[in-house]
Design a protein around this ligand. Structure first.
Ligand code: HEM
Length: 513
């Protein structure tokens, strides 16, 4: 095992770096004391904390078939079922292929207009001199965008109820995660579980009804749900459950999902045309159509392809997954960006210059995306300092080799976008907000997994392109019209919950531009 804490974590309960609900302190301590790979134990489970881009690549790509999601994520199956975040192969592989077209470039393009429309309508509600909590405002913008792009609706009572029930359940997250074998006890009259059951039943009823209504109209409304309902794929031999010996790591995922995380951004390599640029970050829709042309062994060309779609229950799992994964993450990304801009007037001035040159007074459209390079760099740099997904984890199902260490199955592995993003080895003078760290040259000078806000490998965020578009168009549309001055007296404190949020309201004063 790598170096690390001699005793189980509770033994250190009174050390300043052990604080319930603040694993960032523990991770910082491990990195400082033991270096880029360290271990500790909790309730008998070996846990390895990693802050090394090469080891992260091993876990997410090279040895990906030796891992599944770690325990706290797997526990969320009681909410998200076998959705994309919680499922394992072969279910995950199948779901990912069916869901991919919903995130395909033409669809993303259509979502772009809706994102801009939502941001434009929010900016019209604000008044000069007004004080707003930008965290709350970004959440409400993101909810509006989820409603429009996932369900093709405004924020109705249904959407508010989905939001409320998801919040209730996420409020129970620590309880759910700590409850051993929770799946077997769900029916018991334990207060936390009863609350969970009631919320989950209400959630299911609303989402089921929205799915039914969408199915009944049979119209593609241009939203994600219509696309999930229409998506089918033709199973290939590769979709069969792997043999007992497990497939080789190289068969995991597709080349499209294994691209480098540090070439992120919708425009990826700067200067690409809008259409080519948008293909960066898109998922293996192309490979789906490619496999359609190929005949599985044993099939004659006269036999019609067997197309599979998702059941309503699977769609419900995916809808909840996308809601959870795509709403708070982007909202927090925007919140921290506004804070950082308010503290860095020279960056803000460059942003305004780009917006004036590219857009003038008109709203952004998809064709503008590749020209909004500095805006994209700002969002990238903001997610370095304040990554909405601040840590990720896996559990090994087979022995894993990381450098000189051989780690047994059943170990948990964590790595943190927050810790890596502040490591001076990869980001000199790390607390300085400098979007020029994300020029193509600067990115290519860094190891690939020194920056991984969207993860990597076959579980890489399927909504990455969507998130870039929401971030960039959200910043552009609002900054065209408003400047924000931070009203707090101190640096806002972070709260590392499921996403990285500000602990308190983040008050801003609005000045028109
Ligand atoms: C700034 C915004 C976002 C960030 C930072 C983010 C981050 C991530 C990360 C790190 C993962 C990988 C987790 C892991 O491998 O353990 C992930 C997965 C995922 N994200 Fe995102 N995400 C964002 C926005 C979105 C949006 C907008 C959507 C949907 C519209 C979305 C949907 C998903 C889904 C479905 C997965 C699971 C993918 C799979 O395992 O196949 N995310 N996200």
């Amino acid at each position: 095992m790598p170096p690390g804490l001699k005793h189980s974590l509770p033994f250190y309960a009174f050390r300043p770096w052990v604080k319930l609900g603040s694993p960032i302190l523990l991770f910082e301590h491990l990195l400082k004391t033991y270096g880029n790979i360290a271990h500790y134990k909790f309730m008998g489970t070996p846990i390895v904390f990693i802050n090394d881009p090469d080891y992260i690549r091993e876990i997410l790509i090279n040895q990906a078939s030796s891992f599944v999601k770690e325990r706290t994520v797997r526990r969320m199956k009681i909410l998200l079922g076998e959705g994309l975040i919680t499922s394992d192969d072969p279910i995950h592989k199948r779901q990912r292929r069916i869901a991919a077209p919903a995130f395909h470039r033409q669809r993303i393009a259509a979502y772009g207009d809706r994102i801009v429309a939502c941001a434009a309508s929010q900016r019209e509600t604000w008044r000069p001199g007004q004080h707003i909590d930008i965290a709350a405002a970004s959440m409400s913008l993101s909810l509006e965008i989820v409603a429009r792009t996932l369900f093709d609706t405004a924020v109705t009572d249904d959407i508010r109820s989905i939001n409320d029930e998801v919040n209730t359940i996420m409020g129970l997250y620590n309880f759910i995660v700590a409850f051993p074998k929770i799946e077997s006890f769900l029916h018991l009259p334990i207060p936390g579980l009863m609350k969970f059951r009631r919320s989950k039943a209400r959630l299911d009823a609303i989402v089921d009804r929205l799915i039914r209504e969408h199915r009944e109209t049979g119209i593609d409304k241009g939203d994600l749900l219509s696309m999930l309902l229409a998506s089918t794929y033709e199973p290939t031999e590769a979709d069969e459950p792997p043999p007992a010996t497990q497939g080789s790591p190289t068969t995991q995922g597709s080349p499209a999902t294994q691209r480098s995380p540090d070439t992120q951004g919708l425009s990826g390599t700067q200067g690409l045309s809008a259409t080519r640029g948008l293909s960066v970050g898109l998922q293996p829709h192309e490979s789906t159509s490619a496999t359609k042309g190929a005949l599985a062994p044993g099939l004659s060309s006269s036999r019609p392809p067997k197309l599979e779609g998702m059941s309503d229950e699977q769609i419900r799992d995916e809808v909840l997954t996308i809601f959870l994964a795509g709403y708070e993450t982007v909202a927090n990304g925007l919140t921290w960006t506004w804070y950082l801009l308010s503290q860095n007037p020279h960056v803000e001035a460059k942003l305004h210059a780009e917006l004036d040159a590219v857009l003038g007074k008109r709203l952004p459209t998809l064709a503008d995306y590749p020209s909004l390079r500095y805006t994209e760099q700002i969002f990238a740099e903001s997610m370095r300092l304040y990554p909405p997904a601040w840590a990720m984890g896996r559990m090994s199902t087979q022995p894993v080799e990381l450098g000189p260490y051989r780690i047994p199955p059943g170990a948990h592995f964590f790595f943190s976008q927050y810790i890596m993003g502040r490591d001076p080895q990869y980001f000199p003078d790390p607390l300085r907000f400098d979007p020029d760290r994300f020029t193509p040259e600067a990115k290519s000078a860094r190891p690939k997994f020194a920056y991984f806000p969207f993860g990597g490998g076959n579980r890489q965020c399927i909504g990455e392109s969507f998130a870039w578009m929401e971030g960039v168009f959200g910043i552009a549309t609002i900054a065209q019209r408003w400047r924000m001055s931070y009203l707090g007296a101190t640096t806002p404190e972070v709260q590392a919950k499921i996403t990285l949020r500000p602990k308190d309201p983040l008050m801003m004063q609005l000045t028109p531009r």
